[in-house]
Ligand binder design. Structure first.
Ligand code: NAP
Length: 350
C-alpha cells in the first residue's frame, strides 16, 4: 500500500513542485494540500498562483485546500507531510506534525539542530542514523528530516567526490540565484529587470555553514562537521529557475584535472545505487563546452534533479575552479525532500 502524503505550503512555488513530483509516484499518494487561512476552503486552482508550464494535474485542481493543522494528519491518515512553509512559522507547526508522522522539510528552521539530519542522499545518507535519538530526545513518534538551502543543495553534490578524493581546505563561491528562489511575491519586477541584486537575506550564512554539516560525519550520535572554511557571496539575477554558482576550491591534495573530471562523471551516490524512483542518473553531469552550464539549457537535466558542472579548471597546484547549476525548486527544494523521503522509506524508517 502507498504511503499517504500531504503538502504544507502547497500553493507556493515549492508546493507546486511537490505536486508535480508526487504525480504517479510508485510509493507515495498525494492525499491533502495545506496552506494558510487565506487559501483554506478554496479549490486548489483558485488558491494557487500556478506558475508552471504544465497544467495543474486534473485530480489536484479540484482538491479543497485545508488550513495547516496537525489534526489534518489524523483526518487523512497521513504517513508523511512535506513542508514548504515560511521559516517563521515552521518551528511549532513542523514539531506538531512530527509528534506522530514523518516531516520532510524545506525550511531553514531545524536544519542546524543537533539531532536533525540535513540530508542530501548522494552525500550523507548515513545521517539518517540520528533519527532514533531525535525521537527519544523529543518524545516524538514521528521525526523531522530537512534538506538544505537551494544553493547549498547544488554545491555539495560535486563537493562530495572532490572531498573524498582530494580533501577540501576551503571554498569560495559566488551565486547567481533565480527569482523563484524568493517565492511568488519575493522580488518585485521593477527591482530585478535589467538588474542584479548583490544581497539575499540570510543566504550567505546558510551557505557558509550548511556544507560543513552535510559533508561531516555522524559519530556516536554526534554530527562532526567537516573542517573546511566556506565564503559565499549571493546574488539575485533575472532568471526564472536554476541557481548558477561559480566555485573556487582549495584542495588538500593536488589533482590531475582529467582525473578529477572522471571522478565527477563516475560519481554514484546511494540513491543511484539503490535505484530510488526520482534519483537522477547520473547525479552529476559534466559539460565540456566552454559556455555551459546555463540555466535555460541545463536546469531540467535529470528531471531537474541532476547537478550540471562545467568550466572545470585548474588554476595552480591544489586550486580548482568550476561552475555548477541546479534547479532550485526541484533539486534545491521539493525534489530534494521527495528523494529524502524515498531514502527513508527504502531504509524502512517510515
Ligand atoms: P511561497 O511561494 O511564498 O509559498 C509559501 C507557502 O506557505 C504558500 O503555500 C502559503 O500559503 C504558505 N504560507 C505562508 N504564510 C503562511 C502562514 N502564516 N500559515 C500557513 N501557511 C502559510 O514560498 P516558497 O518559495 O514556496 O518557499 C516555501 C519554503 O521553502 C520557505 O521556507 C523557503 O525558504 C523554502 N525554500 C524555498 C526554495 C525555493 O527555491 N523557492 C528552496 C528551498 C527552500 P498561501 O498561498 O495560502 O499564502
Amino acid at each position: 500500500m502507498k504511503q499517504k502524503v500531504g503538502i504544507m505550503g502547497a500553493t507556493g512555488m515549492v508546493g507546486q513542485r511537490f505536486i508535480m513530483a508526487l504525480q504517479n509516484h510508485p510509493w507515495f499518494e498525494l492525499s491533502v494540500l495545506m496552506a494558510s487561512s487565506n487559501s483554506a476552503g478554496k479549490k486548489y486552482r483558485d488558491a494557487a498562483k500556478w506558475y508552471l508550464k504544465d497544467e495543474i494535474p486534473p485530480g489536484v485542481s479540484d482538491m479543497v485546500v485545508e488550513e495547516i493543522n496537525k489534526k489534518v494528519a489524523e483526518k487523512y491518515g497521513l504517513d508523511i507531510v512535506f513542508s514548504a512553509i515560511p521559516a517563521e512559522i515552521a518551528r511549532d507547526v513542523e514539531a506538531s506534525f512530527a509528534e506522530n508522522i514523518a516531516v520532510f522539510s524545506n525550511t531553514s528552521t531545524y536544519r542546524m539542530d543537533k539531532d536533525i539530519p540535513l540530508l542530501v542522499p548522494e552525500v550523507n545518507p548515513e545521517h539518517l542514523g540520528i533519527i532514533e535519538l531525535q525521537k527519544k530526545n523529543r518524545g516524538w513518534n514521528g521525526f523531522i528530516v530537512t534538506n538544505p538551502n537551494c544553493s547549498t543543495a547544488g554545491l555539495v553534490v560535486p563537493l562530495k567526490p572532490i572531498m573524498d578524493n582530494y580533501g577540501i581546505k576551503s571554498i569560495n563561491v559566488a551565486t547567481m540565484q533565480a527569482l523563484s528562489g524568493a517565492g511568488y511575491d519575493g522580488v518585485p519586477s521593477m527591482a530585478i529587470l535589467d538588474n542584479i541584486i548583490p544581497f539575499i537575506k540570510n543566504e550567505e550564512d546558510k551557505m557558509e555553514s550548511e556544507p560543513q554539516k552535510i559533508l561531516g560525519k555522524l559519530e556516536h550520535g554526534v554530527f562532526k562537521n567537516a573542517e573546511f572554511e566556506a565564503f559565499a557571496s549571493c546574488n539575485r539575477v533575472a532568471v526564472l529557475d536554476g541557481h548558477t554558482e561559480a566555485a573556487f576550491v582549495s584542495t588538500e591534495k593536488d589533482f590531475d584535472i582529467e582525473d578529477l573530471k572522471k571522478k565527477l562523471r563516475d560519481f554514484q551516490g546511494e540513491p543511484q545505487k539503490l535505484g530510488l524512483p526520482t534519483a537522477p542518473k547520473p547525479a552529476i553531469i559534466v559539460l565540456d563546452k566552454d559556455d555551459r552550464p546555463q540555466p535555460r539549457l541545463d536546469r531540467d537535466l535529470g528531471g531537474g534533479m541532476a547537478v550540471s558542472v562545467g568550466r572545470i579548471r585548474k588554476k595552480k597546484e591544489k586550486s580548482l575552479k568550476f561552475v555548477c547549476l541546479s534547479h532550485n525548486t526541484i533539486r534545491g527544494a521539493a525534489g530534494a525532500s521527495v528523494l529524502n523521503a524515498e531514502l527513508a522509506y527504502k531504509k524502512k524508517l517510515l
